[in-house]
Write a protein that binds this ligand. Structure first.
Ligand SMILES: [Fe+2]
Length: 371
């Protein structure tokens, strides 16, 4: 066993073995076409084994190996390479894949208005012992919205990571959490009523949660990937609160920092905007709608909601109280932690109206624009 520390650390201890009966062609393919560097080659006079590295990835090219040919996925640096495949010597295949997923606008089934009632909901245990409850029962809606909770208080076994998303927010329902984001300075407390816009690819980490944390997380597209960033530790040195990530900025919208304004011309309803719409460059928005009195049916709350815009997706989550929404002449009673969604293709056929509410009825509205 070699115990020389310099020698032992010089080469990645894990290597992918690639059989190369045609050794010189294989070597040329990895070095000249894929950009690998030779870390070791032997014997000098007639090589039959080489260790090749590209970044942290290491290949052991072996003339005498009986391994099956390998397929490698490589991020395409040029758009025209995306989705293409090349075959090298010895059966090696290279698939060029996209580095960043884009919001997919495939033809989708007809929009469906659905509700997710707390009483019928199923909680599942996900990453880091967090419990998840989906708020969307529409398959292929292109969006995920989850009610997430962490019992008690304590450290969260999270790591620095980022999400390949087009739009993503988290809203704090109860409890609090200590969060840290790339370029935003020291960790901060995320508290009830606060909302964070997580721009695409911003590195972040949940450090601790307190007092039975509950949040709503809304993401588009639904099939986005989450990547670990082992190279970055947070907080990082660079303070850049206005940095843009794919045209969006990080935003922490504090409940205490925004104003109420009248809503829908109804003296019993008011709305609180957040800074999410502005920070997301208009990609989506988050607002709070609250009833300060009981419904007066002579007023315009009977009007369909959102008739001028054409949102891609709209979600209501009931924060408190009870209300009645009418959709296609059907009355739907909503209570605390119920949710309803009106997905893509929102139109006159799928419009709904808030037809009744109690004083204190309060809704979190999350919208995604049809850009
Ligand atoms: Fe995250």
């Amino acid at each position: 066993m070699n115990t020389d520390p310099v020698e032992r650390n010089a080469i990645n201890p894990i290597q992918l073995v690639v059989a190369a009966p045609d050794f010189q062609s294989g070597l040329s393919f990895f070095v000249d076409e894929l950009g690998f560097e030779v870390e070791m080659i032997a014997p000098a006079e007639d090589p039959n084994i080489a260790i090749l590295a590209l970044g942290d990835f290491t290949v052991s090219l072996d003339k005498h190996s009986k391994c099956s040919p390998v397929t490698l996925e490589v991020f395409a640096e040029e758009a025209e390479l995306e989705g293409t495949c090349i075959q090298g010597p010895n059966g090696t295949k290279i698939n060029y894949v996209t580095r960043t997923k884009k919001i997919i606008s495939e033809p989708r089934p007809d929009p469906i208005f659905t509700t997710a009632k707390q009483v019928n909901s199923q909680w599942v245990t996900g990453r880091a012992d967090m419990a998840y409850r989906s708020l969307i029962e529409v398959p292929n809606s292109g969006v995920t919205a989850s009610h997430i909770r962490i019992e008690g208080s304590g450290e969260v076994p999270d790591w620095v990571h980022y999400h390949d998303v087009g739009f993503q927010i988290i809203y704090c329902l109860q409890g609090s959490a200590k969060l840290v984001y790339e370029g935003q300075g020291d960790p901060f407390m995320f508290e009830e009523g606060d909302c964070v816009l997580q721009p695409p690819h911003i590195r972040h980490r949940v450090l601790e949660s307190f007092d039975n944390l509950e949040v709503i997380e809304f993401s588009s597209p639904s099939d986005h990937a989450t990547y670990a960033d082992r190279a970055m530790s947070l907080p990082n040195k660079m303070f850049a609160p206005t940095q843009e990530f794919s045209g969006q900025r990080f935003a922490l919208s504090r409940q205490s920092e925004s104003q109420w304004t009248p809503y829908m011309g109804n003296s019993s309803l008011r709305i609180r905007e957040t800074s999410i719409a502005d920070a997301s460059g208009g990609t989506g928005w988050v607002t709070i709608i609250e009833a300060t009195g009981t419904n007066d049916t002579n007023e315009s709350s009977l009007n369909p909601l959102i008739t001028e815009d054409n949102p891609e997706f709209l979600l209501w989550f009931v924060l408190q109280g009870t209300g009645t929404v009418t959709h296609h002449k059907k009355e739907i009673n909503l209570e605390r932690t119920d949710a309803m969604v009106c997905p893509y293709g929102y139109s006159n056929e799928t419009e709904f109206a808030l037809t009744d509410f109690d004083e204190g009825f309060k809704v979190l509205e999350i919208g995604l624009n049809n850009l």
